[in-house]
Design a binder for this molecule. Structure first.
Ligand code: ADE
Ligand code: ZN
Length: 348
């Protein structure tokens, strides 16, 4: 048996606002004297019964409404990092949705200031490396995304990449062609949610029109054999989020999740948690659930972790340091399994 919590890994698909646990929502709401439309933590958790992506997004945007001050963004991020250490996460590439805060009157610098200083403390005190990815809300206009990019350029050194999230259906990647072109010309890396609820054509568009280097979710690529071949040949990473797919009813069960088939097709798939406070599990729980339901081997699981570093925006030297760590972990796990087989009584 593999200890998935101890497996060194990178988390590449994590919305910081999606780590907002109900206890912290109520604590910050009280501090800021903002009302929460639920009487208590249990009632709020009971509302986490989603029928699709939009039904989740409604609750997700309502939850983040209590975030007002720099300290709130710091506390939210610091809480995630404390949890990340226990999950074997060595490096996290973290999304945030500035438009969802700026439209409520929170200044961009307040959001980024709080998140960044928590990430810096996390690096210093917990040893977690991190990057920040700014997402555009695809159900907002191109003009709003362009204005957000203008503001982000003033924080150029604190954001490595831009992404695209929120309601997918009816908001194809091409809507943001000019925004992504400008972001790339300014030196940002680019990623996009595509093929979560939306069709495989959105994945093709994200690659051809937005020129992204990574696809978030992307599981619907499995409906298009030519696209699978292309993703495999070009080694385009896919940041898969199994528990999210289950809770948003993109897949009927974890047993029917396409992750194993994606690995068998040679895709650079990774496992991530998306919005763990809402979907019932952080990244190790995602690994554990697919390991058991899809009968993944030690090699499959270490491959997923290797992929997470290969797909990251880390520099090659740091990437190598982490992938070497996985090799040590893999050798120790296999040795332990051999000892258990040879002498089941002697090994605790
Ligand atoms: N924002 C937060 N989580 C998301 C998801 N799973 N898909 C699209 N947008 C999101
Ligand atoms: Zn997401």
């Amino acid at each position: 048996m593999i200890d998935v919590r101890a497996l060194p890994k990178a988390e590449l698909h994590l919305h910081i606002e999606g780590t907002f646990e109900p206890e912290l929502i109520f604590e910050i709401a009280e501090r800021n004297r903002v009302a929460v439309p639920y009487p208590n933590v249990d009632a709020l958790r009971a509302a986490y019964d989603f029928s699709n992506l939009q039904s989740f997004l409604n609750v997700y945007y309502a939850g983040m409404n209590v975030l007002r001050e720099e300290r709130d963004y710091y506390d939210l991020t610091a809480a995630y990092l404390r949890r990340a250490v226990t999950e074997g996460i060595r490096h996290a590439e973290i999304f945030f949705d500035p438009q969802a805060h700026v439209k409520r009157g929170v200044p961009f610098d307040t959001i980024v200031g709080g998140i960044r200083s928590a990430l810096e403390s996390g690096e210093r005190e917990l040893g977690i490396s991190s990057h920040l990815i700014m997402c555009f809300l695809r159900d907002f206009s191109e003009e709003s995304a362009m204005q957000t990019l203008d503001v982000a350029l003033r924080n150029r050194d604190r954001i490595v990449a831009v992404g695209l999230d929120s309601s997918e259906t009816g908001n194809p990647p091409a809507k943001f062609a000019r925004v992504f072109e400008r972001a790339r010309s300014e030196g940002f890396r680019t990623v996009a949610h595509a093929g979560e609820e939306g069709p495989p054509e959105y994945i093709v568009e994200a690659l051809d029109v937005l020129n992204v280097s990574r696809i978030d979710h992307g599981i619907r690529c499995m409906e298009d054999a030519a696209l699978v071949e292309r993703l495999r040949d070009e080694r385009v990473p896919l940041t898969v989020c199994p528990l999210s797919n289950l809770r948003l009813r993109v897949v009927p069960s974890i047993e029917e999740h396409p992750l194993h088939a994606m690995l068998e097709a040679g895709l650079v798939a990774t496992v991530n948690s998306d919005d763990p406070a809402y979907f019932g599990g952080y990244v190790s729980e995602n690994y554990a659930r697919v390991a058991s339901a899809l009968h993944l081997s030690v090699s499959d699981l270490t491959m997923l972790a290797q992929n997470s570093f290969e797909a990251s925006f880390l520099d090659p030297q740091k990437r190598r340091q982490f992938t070497d760590e996985i090799e040590v972990f893999r050798a120790a796990t296999l040795q332990d399994a051999r000892l258990r087989r040879a002498n089941p009584q002697a090994v605790p």
